[in-house]
Design a protein around this ligand. Structure first.
Ligand code: NDP
Length: 419
């Protein structure tokens, strides 16, 4: 029996909410709060009569700490699930600390305005010190470690699929399959087709920022940065087939390097079709991915925000997307003195996901782990205080929950390796 405040009601949050409502014995009461309350009310209406979970809704601007504090004080939740945008991570963490409540999210902090001089100064120092230039990194949220620990609270960071399940796969490999892990390759394949020439599968702004940034990977404890999309490999994915994939910077590499320090190389690859890449390059070349305001007919507009308005809403892709995703990790290393390799992954079917929760598989593969992470915290199975990423917790109950609630694991004990 618990009360959970869920902030955000977009593509990912809607899946997480629908999944919570499948387990009313744990999620007995939820409050869906977002910037646009109508979306919350619409979802509440769709779910009423189909679940025992008691649903309320609220309007909140989560950029404003005091509004989040008022809402938490009013609702008195056991947990706050931040499934809004990475821009709100710090304000919601501040509110959780002020109110003494546990926190979780699905993506690490990045600022909305990357031209803010105060943020930029810290960012540029970090680029030089660490050697990667993505706008997001864990330092902002790791900075809350002492405060959460002292308050006896837990902050679970990045509990979607990647980041999220991919780190649980790493913890599982470390616990059950290896004495020492040498290399980790995270492969994220979306074999789905939505029929549009160009659309993003989750929030376009966050997605395009991530994909258009330089790639990077960890080698012997150091970041190696490369121009965007400059390392390409082909891989034959189970139940999807042969796909081109590109090396990207991805947030879980940073925490995995800290928590599995013996790994000599950690890389992240994502598949992209040619049409997606051509469109993205063109949009970038003409300035449509810019995140700073430009003056247009006397009004300031941010090009990437304007673009978001033009692109299909990711939440609307569900009925039109066919095919499967295949996301997982390939490990090499040693067990009992023997060299070995191991691949653990999940396959998710876009149409099956749509039938169950009216959403495509990208939102499904993020929303289900968010619900399972909440389940771990609410049931006390994950109870370390402080600020933690998924690989720091026991992977067994989490992977069992994923098996049970829609994202079962597959394994391959002699996988083809990525060169
Ligand atoms: P959407 O854009 O579909 O939804 C975002 C939601 O947050 C909307 O309901 C939006 O409200 C709300 N929101 C935005 N700003 C505020 C604010 N200031 N106050 C309150 N609510 C706000 O995003 P997605 O559902 O696609 O993504 C959600 C999160 O999941 C993101 O952080 C994304 O990075 C992460 N993600 C993680 C993945 C993983 O595997 N770990 C994979 C995919 C996504 P409104 O309706 O008014 O716009």
């Amino acid at each position: 029996m618990s009360r959970v405040l869920i902030i955000g009601c977009g593509g990912v949050a809607q899946v997480a909410i629908r999944k919570c409502c499948q387990i009313p014995e744990v999620f007995s009461e939820i409050c869906i709060a977002s910037r646009t309350k109508e979306k919350c009310d619409k979802l509440k209406e769709a779910l009423e009569g189909k679940t025992e979970t008691k649903i309320t809704t609220a309007q909140v601007d989560a950029d404003d700490v005091s509004q989040v504090i008022d809402l938490i004080q009013d609702y008195q939740p056991d947990l706050v699930m931040n499934i809004a945008l990475p821009y709100q991570d710090l304000t919601i963490m501040d509110a959780c600390l002020a109110c003494g409540v546990n926190y979780m999210d699905t993506a690490n902090y990045e600022p909305e305005d990357t031209e803010d001089p105060q943020w930029r100064a810290i960012y540029e120092k970090r680029c030089k010190e660490k050697g990667f230039s993505a706008y997001f990194d864990y330092s902002w949220q790791w900075d809350y470690q002492d405060r959460f620990e002292k308050a006896g609270l837990t902050a679970l960071l990045g509990c979607g699929f990647d980041p999220g399940v991919t780190q649980a796969y790493c913890a599982h490999a470390k616990k059950h399959h290896f004495d020492e892990i040498d290399t980790i390759d995270i492969l994220d394949c979306n074999g789905g087709d939505h029929g549009y020439a160009f659309a993003t599968n989750f929030n376009p702004e966050v997605n395009l920022r991530e994909v258009s940034a330089p790639g990077s990977y960890m080698e012997n404890g150091k970041w190696v940065e490369i121009p965007a999309m400059s390392i390409k490999r082909e891989y034959n994915f189970d139940q999807v087939g042969q796909k081109d994939m590109y090396l990207l910077h991805h947030e879980e590499i940073e925490s995995l390097q800290v928590n599995i320090p013996e790994a000599k190389r950690i890389r992240f690859f994502m598949t992209f079709g040619q049409s997606y890449l051509d469109h993205m390059r063109c949009l970038e070349n003409v300035g449509m991915l810019r995140t700073d305001p430009v003056l247009f007919e006397g009004k300031e507009i941010v090009p990437i925000k304007f673009l978001k308005e033009l692109l299909p809403d990711p939440a609307s892709l569900g009925p039109r997307t066919h095919g499967k995703t295949n996301i997982g990790c390939i490990f090499t290393g040693r067990k009992d003195g023997q060299e070995k390799s191991y691949y653990i992954y999940n396959i998710c079917d876009h149409q099956e996901a749509y039938k169950e929760v009216e959403s495509q598989a990208i939102s499904y593969t993020t929303g289900v782990p968010a619900m399972c992470g909440a389940l771990m915290l609410l049931s006390g199975q994950w109870n370390q205080t402080g600020v933690h990423t998924v690989e720091e917790f026991d992977p067994d109950p989490f992977l069992d929950a994923l098996d049970k609630y829609g994202l079962p694991r597959s394994e391959n004990f002699s996988p083809v390796l990525v060169d």
